[in-house]
Write a protein that binds this ligand. Structure first.
Ligand code: PEP
Ligand code: MG
Length: 316
């Protein structure tokens, strides 16, 4: 029966009553594109560009090399959306030539957008390569920055995109609680939000994502995390803008329904999860998802939040 349900699962992501929630793929490079297309991804919601920087520990890849890699991905989704994240170096993704070696707390140090603002030439090359890669293609390009903390960060990123002549929407990832709390202010500078729930959980719970001993606090069902998701989605709605999720949370079919109920406008995940999320989302109406989301937020633990959402959706 599970197989049959999955086979029937094609087409755009939507709730049972037709509320659309585009299902996008997280990819790490051109090698992941085929699986994304096969899974029926409606585009790419997170293109982690770090892979391009792993070949050479001394310098950034050339503009030409970047243009070719970006173009390969953009050409695979002629009608779709592609959300490219600029380099997220540092913390769990250190790069020799960019990441300071002597930080006591790398996750709280110079990483993500902070690294790029300290090395504007690296950001400029990446944005120029994206501008060239999208030339002549009908694809709908969106470019976002990791680890945006506040409006000043968002403005610096948007300025850099404009200076590179990039024809795209500019967005901010919400991975730091300050960004969720002040989402409306950040949205004065950028056109969309994308929740990186892996880092958002890490920074909300002061729980290192690489330390197994604190994994209980990394659970994306934690009600405090759901509160920050809701605040971000409500802020985006109030500004008439979109707010997706591209962290691991989106790949849990039940949680995906809750996220839709919280007002999240798209879900991006590893390609393998897309059929499961699509099939589950199609079983429930938006109103049911909203009730499940409210029940999860009214809980006091991740475990209770999951059971409460499950109870609502199974009609108990
Ligand atoms: C996240 O933090 O949730 C995210 C999507 O980015 P990454 O896992 O690459 O840090
Ligand atoms: Mg992150």
């Amino acid at each position: 029966a599970r197989r049959a349900a999955l086979a029937a699962s094609t087409g755009p992501g939507a709730t049972a009553d037709g509320h659309k929630v585009p299902l996008l793929a997280n990819i790490g490079g051109p090698a992941d594109v085929e699986a994304a297309v096969e899974a029926g991804a409606e585009g790419v919601g997170l293109f982690r560009t770090e892979f391009l920087f792993l070949d050479d520990s001394k310098q950034a890849p050339s503009e030409e090399k970047q243009v070719a890699a970006y173009r390969q991905v953009l050409e695979a989704f002629p009608e779709g959306r592609v959300v490219v994240r600029v380099l997220d170096a540092g913390a769990d993704k250190p790069l020799d030539f960019l990441t300071p070696a002597d930080e006591p707390n790398p996750a709280l140090g110079v990483r993500g957008l902070r690294t790029l603002l300290d090395h504007p030439e690296v950001l400029r090359t990446q944005l120029t390569a994206l501008a060239k890669a999208v030339e002549g293609l009908p694809v709908y390009l969106e470019v976002m920055a990791p680890m945006v903390a506040d409006r000043t960060d968002a403005r610096a990123f948007a300025d850099a995109c404009r200076e590179a002549g990039l024809r795209a929407k500019f967005g901010a990832m919400v991975e730091i609680p300050s960004a969720a709390l002040r989402a409306r202010s950040i949205l004065q500078e950028v056109e969309f939000l994308s929740l990186g729930t892996n880092d958002l959980a890490q920074y909300t719970f002061a729980a290192d994502r690489q330390v197994g001993a604190v994994s209980r606090l990394q659970d994306p069902w934690q009600p405090a995390l759901l509160d920050l998701v809701a605040l971000s989605a409500e802020s985006a709605k109030a500004e008439g803008k979109s707010c997706g999720v591209c962290g691991e949370a989106a790949s849990d079919p039940l949680l995906a329904c809750v996220l839709a109920g919280l007002g999240v406008t798209s879900l991006s995940m590893g390609a393998a999860s897309i059929p499961y999320v699509r099939a589950t989302l199609a079983k429930y109406t938006l109103a049911q998802c909203e009730r499940a989301a409210a029940a999860a937020r009214a809980s006091d633990s991740a475990e209770d939040a999951r059971s409460a959402a499950q109870a609502v959706l199974s009609g108990e």
